[in-house]
Ligand binder design. Structure first.
Ligand code: BG6
Length: 484
């Protein structure tokens, strides 16, 4: 298959997050983060497919009392903290133009509310950025990827408290000042819409402490919108020429049938998903959301100046994750299927992954076209990929043809979308090196081109090994998407 549509300078690469990768959770002066408290639950015992919520002070106290006992995979990650040189050399070998990573907020501000940053944390990322620079790889850095300092949860109940806006902006300004000249692409909040699925992971909220959960979540989100816009402003002032974007867990929603009820249900689901980018790209709350707040007794407290900040400091580009599409029905009693954070009706035309996620490459093209029509700003796919069980053969090879097929099909659709006029500037496939799953804390749910020898319980040598997809992706990049 040959395609010729990717523009020169297209940013090919891979994506990760500190909490799933670094490990060393208590080294270098790092404070605890929300995900350090999420333990592994074996599949048979899992109530849901996603296990990542802490809901009350009592639960948190019990987890803290456990100290290092128990299985907390995100605390160990894949030890990137000590092995980043080896890993970056492998990314360079694949020809990465960019590497998406996050800065762990509690590595820089262990409690989140201090004035003085932790120099050891800052120095670590200096080393990582310098290593990337050695190979000409542009870092794409997420400021907040589910790494809220735990202290901010305990003391302030997370983003429900307006003071977090200032703490976050101070953190953002600190890293912009430190890394100007080294980092030119930034993202504010990873999957900013996650809070409506997990208030704890998205906003650091212990839901037992609030009376009206939805009210608390949307208020917390308002604080994040303001913090994000102020970070955009600071980024433009401190690093002229840098680009800073928002990040959405995109969910393309199809109606189950052409019944107007189903079409309306799908439209409303879609609006709820695009609300977040409406605020961050257009700079104001859409009227459908104001109507929704009114109907559901949600009152967003906005301070004077908030609306102005949102309007004047919109993002330079829109980034998003795309793993699947969903189906909506006008009949609420229909059985729902799972997705990462979403549920919908099973689409009979699509296959599913080992984790039940509906694989839909063409949906990526649909979504690219729809979002570009709506916003007219550059788009960046910063997550996409297949979580699968991989097998190491006796000769040591890992033949992940299923992953190649998945990625090829998605990249083909990206190429078509570009041909059809979409301004797509980059693609970083998720988990370019195997890492800990966000949703299930599994190591065995693998996305990488690089295999990491570790199991769900932390057994293994951590040795890195190239999968078949490694050379395939290397060719994709070398040919700028022409050879798939
Ligand atoms: C996205 C997150 O939702 O999906 C990543 O931004 C995450 O952090 C990815 O890892 C895949 O989800 P999971 O649960 O398979 O790790």
């Amino acid at each position: 298959m040959k395609t010729k549509h990717f523009p020169e300078g297209f940013l090919w690469g891979g994506a990760t997050a500190a909490n799933q990768l670094e490990g060393a959770y208590n080294e270098g002066g790092k404070g605890l983060s929300i995900f350090d408290m999420v333990s592994f639950v074996p599949k048979e015992e899992r109530g849901h497919d996603i296990e990542m919520d802490v809901k009350s002070d009592q639960e948190l106290e019990e987890l803290l009392a456990k100290k290092d006992e128990g299985n907390f995979p995100k605390r160990r990650g894949i030890d990137f903290y000590h092995r980043y040189k080896e890993d970056i050399a492998l990314f360079a070998e694949m020809g990465f133009k960019t590497f998406r990573m996050s800065i762990s907020w509690p590595r820089i501000f262990p409690n989140g509310d201090e004035r003085e940053p932790n120099e050891e944390g800052l120095a670590f990322y200096d080393r990582v950025f310098d290593e990337l620079a050695k190979y000409g790889i542009e870092p794409l850095v997420t400021l907040s990827h589910y790494e809220i300092p735990l202290h901010l949860v305990q003391k302030y109940n997370g983003w429900t408290d307006r003071r977090l806006v200032d703490f976050f902006v101070h953190y953002a300004e600190t890293v912009f000042n430190r890394y100007k000249g080294k980092v030119n692409y930034w993202l504010t909040f990873n999957e900013i819409n996650i809070s409506t699925f997990s208030a704890y992971i998205g906003s650091g909220i212990l839901v037992d402490r609030v009376e009206h959960k939805e009210q608390a979540v949307y208020q917390a989100l308002h604080h994040q919108f303001v913090a994000s816009a102020r970070a955009v402003k600071a980024c433009h002032e401190i690093i002229p020429g840098a680009m800073i974007g928002c990040m959405l867990a995109r969910m393309e929603v199809y109606p189950e049938t052409c019944s107007p009820d189903d079409v309306l249900a799908a439209l409303e689901e879609d609006q709820k998903n695009l609300f977040f980018t409406d605020v961050q790209v257009r700079g104001y709350y859409p009227s459908f959301m104001r109507a929704y707040f009114k109907e559901n007794n949600i009152n967003i407290e906005m301070l004077p100046g908030d609306e102005e900040v949102l309007l004047n400091h919109t993002v330079d580009f829109l980034s998003f994750s795309y793993y699947m599409s969903m189906v909506a029905s006008g009949s609420p009693e229909k059985i729902k299927e799972k997705g990462n954070f979403f549920t919908g009706i099973k689409n009979p035309f699509l296959e599913t992954s080992d984790w039940g996620w509906q694989i839909d490459p063409k949906g990526l093209r649909v979504t690219l076209k729809k979002m570009y029509d709506r916003y007219q700003v550059p788009l960046f796919i910063v997550e996409n990929g297949l979580g699968a069980y991989d097998k190491v053969e006796e000769d040591g090879s890992i033949n992940d043809d299923y992953r190649i097929d998945y990625l090829r099909a998605h990249i083909e659709q990206m190429s078509e979308a570009i041909k059809e006029g979409v301004d797509l500037i980059g693609y970083t496939s998720w988990g370019c090196i195997d890492l800990i799953s966000a949703g299930t804390s599994e190591m065995s749910k693998r996305y990488g081109f690089i295999y990491v020898d570790q199991d769900d319980y932390g057994n293994g040598t951590l040795e890195r090994r190239k999968k078949k997809s490694f050379d395939w992706y290397k060719n994709v990049i070398a040919s700028n998407g022409e050879v798939l």
